[in-house]
Design a protein. Structure first.
Length: 49
């Protein structure tokens, strides 16, 4: 895990847990949308230049 973040990404971990425990409830479209959200959140954490 990345220890640079002072606050735990409990929401992300919860989504990962849900995806692992019940993968059948996640459609391909939902998976793509989640990945887009992750990319947005990650890019927001990086300093913009």
């Amino acid at each position: 895990m990345n220890e640079k973040n002072s606050q735990p990404d409990s929401e992300l971990e919860e989504i990962d847990y849900m995806a692992e425990e019940a993968p059948e409830i996640f459609s391909f479209e939902q998976e793509k949308r989640i990945q887009e959200i992750f990319k947005e959140m990650i890019s927001e954490k990086k300093p913009q230049q």
